[in-house]
Design a protein around this ligand. Structure first.
Ligand code: 5GP
Ligand code: ZN
Length: 119
């Protein structure tokens, strides 16, 4: 499968064709501010490679990518000042979750006390 989907919004953010408030980038992942934040800190962490959702993770390469997202979340949370106060990393997947962008992304949210369960 191609690493990029020309019709994907987040692939266009990776390529720079659509602007975003990017806070972190390495050779594997990109993190940027959600355009419609649900919390004082709301960042999206995505792989540079196009993968539609958690359900589309396949094989060892994608397993490594999933880990790279989590490793990046730790760094991004620290840089956003919520590494110690706490945060959630949420991967909406499929219709019941209301996933709306089909390029896998972790919502890194924090900066305030949250409720649980979240619905
Ligand atoms: P989902 O609903 O798929 O889990 O999350 C998609 C997220 O992407 C939403 O929180 C939405 O606000 C965010 N989003 C949608 N379009 C854009 C955009 O063009 N730029 C940025 N930065 N975030 C976006
Ligand atoms: Zn994509």
């Amino acid at each position: 499968m191609a690493n990029s989907d020309p019709n994907c919004l987040f692939c266009k953010i990776v390529s720079g064709d659509i602007p975003a408030d990017i806070v972190y980038r390495n050779e594997h992942v990109l993190a940027f501010r959600d355009i419609n934040p649900a919390a004082p800190q709301h960042l999206l962490i995505i792989p540079l490679k196009h993968i539609a959702s958690l359900n589309d993770l396949v094989g060892d390469e994608d397993t490594i990518i999933a880990g790279q997202i989590m490793q990046a979340a730790k760094v991004v949370a620290k840089e956003a000042g919520i590494g110690e106060s706490g945060y959630r990393l949420v991967f909406n997947t499929g219709p019941d979750s209301l996933q709306s962008v089909f390029h896998i992304h972790g919502h890194l949210i924090g900066g305030e006390r949250m409720g649980w369960p979240p619905f």
